[in-house]
Structure formats: C-alpha cells, structure tokens
Design a protein around this ligand. Structure first.
Ligand code: DGL
Length: 254
C-alpha cells in the first residue's frame, strides 16, 4: 500500500511530517510540482491543469490513496479529482472552523494567512460564510511567502521583517488566532511565534488532515501499518537537487 502526498513544492512536507507521526508504518510517495511552483499567484485554469498532470504521474507510480497536501490545489481541483478517480482522496482547507470554535468566547478575531488564489475561491467564501456567524474572520494573502520558503529563506531577521510589514495594518490585540492556510507556512511557525504577542495562537490544519486520512483508509477497508515508513520523493521537473532539498526540508520538521 502506498500513500501519495502532493503539493506544488515543499509545503506538503509539513503534512507528511504529521502523517509520519500518526501513520509511521506506511510507504509514502511525495510529489512536488517543481515545473509549476508557485501555484498561489497563478490562474485557476493553469493550476487545475497542473494538478491533473502531476496526479496522473503519481498514479503511474502506483498509489492507493492521495492527500492533496496543498490548500490552493484543493480549492481548485478536489471535486473534479474525486469525480475522476475512485481511490480515497483527502484535501485540505484553511482551519477556519476550529479557529472560530476556539475563539468563540474570547471576543477576539481570527486572521487567516493563505495564497491569493485560495482566498479568491468560492470554496473559501463558502467555508467562511458557513462557520463565521459573527463575522470575526479576516483574511491576509501572502503572495511572496511560498517563494521565500522554496528558496529556503528561513533567516529570522529577514522573515521577521517580512511578517512585521504584512501585519503592520492590524491591531494584534484584537486577534486571538492566526490560521496558517497554506502548507508551506508552518515552516515559519517558530519565526512567527517570536514576533507575535504571546496571547495569539498559531494553528494549521495538518493534524486534522492526517486524522481524516486515517479515517478514510479505514472506511475504504485499506489496511495500515504494513509498510516500512519509507518515503520516495519525486518531482515533475525530475531535478536531483530538488529531491535532496525535500529530504533536508523534511528533516527540519521531524
Ligand atoms: N502549499 C500550497 C498551499 O497549501 C501553496 C503553494 C503555492 O502557492 O504553490 O496552498
């Protein structure tokens, strides 16, 4: 049994790292769409085509279930993917629902960071209007952040300045939770922790996604725990150096 994890780049590794904790004895295939990263600043039509092209490549390599470890790709293509393929497919969405629930009695607001494309999709509007009864959710696109992450820009000072500039229009006393609504962003959790006031919680949807994966595998009668916990890395551009980069980036998360 092989579990496929897909993202435009290294972001999905933050979900894979969580899966390796919860489901350590599986075999994983991780695919990054290096030919087309980043997705979040491109058009919906382009991203849709990229996702199907990459998923077809994963299917050629044999997968029994698929995690679209990318909020942007999920918001564009998850329905069509599920229509086209019969194996279990898990998608991601910004963790707005748990954030609103956690914040319900605090009188504080929720700030969602995500890619411009995710925040523009009807799926995101539908999610917010379903769960945000009191109008406490604000959204902040981060068009540059995936590229910083892909170039392994983790310098505390450089990134601290970037986040401070992005957050300067906001009075952070009014906020209780920041939602990381893109799988690349958890690489910056520690840097954000340093610059945010201590009362602000930082959450992401990764653990919830892996719990859904586990439940879905059960529902499909797919037996888990029989693999070796190995990860095969691949990318649409086939670059050896990128495969080394993915291994290194995953090691930062474990
Ligand atoms: N990691 C992807 C996400 O969760 C976005 C990456 C991109 O913009 O390519 O939204």
């Amino acid at each position: 049994m092989k579990l496929g994890f897909f993202d435009s780049g290294i972001g999905g590794l933050t979900v894979l790292a969580e899966s390796l904790r919860l489901l350590p004895a599986e075999n994983y295939l991780y695919m990054a769409d290096t030919k087309h990263v980043p997705y979040g600043t491109k058009s919906k039509e382009e991203v849709r085509a990229f996702v199907f092209e990459a998923v077809e490549k994963m299917i050629e390599q044999g997968i029994d279930a698929l995690v679209i470890a990318c909020n942007t790709a999920t918001s564009i293509a998850i329905n069509e993917l599920r229509e086209r393929y019969s194996f279990p497919i898990v998608g991601m969405e910004p963790a707005v629902k748990p954030a609103v629930e956690m914040n319900r009695n605090t009188g504080k607001r929720v700030l969602v960071f995500a890619t411009p494309l995710t925040l523009k999709q009807p799926k995101y509007y539908a999610l917010v209007s379903r769960v945000d009864e009191n109008g406490i959710v604000d959204s902040l696109p981060m068009p540059e952040l995936v590229q910083y992450c892909e170039s392994l820009q983790f310098d505390r000072q450089v990134m601290g300045e970037y986040f401070r500039a992005k957050l300067s229009p906001y009075d952070l006393n009014n906020y209780g939770i920041i939602v990381l609504g893109c799988t690349h962003y958890p690489f910056y959790t520690d840097i954000l922790r340093d610059i945010l006031p201590p009362h602000i919680e930082i959450i992401n949807g990764n653990a919830g996604t892996v719990r859904r994966l586990s439940a879905l595998l059960n529902r499909y009668g797919i037996e888990t725990g029989l693999g070796q916990g190995n990860v095969t890395f691949t990318c649409t551009g086939g670059e050896e150096a990128y495969i080394e980069k993915m291994k290194m980036a995953l090691s930062l998360l474990r």
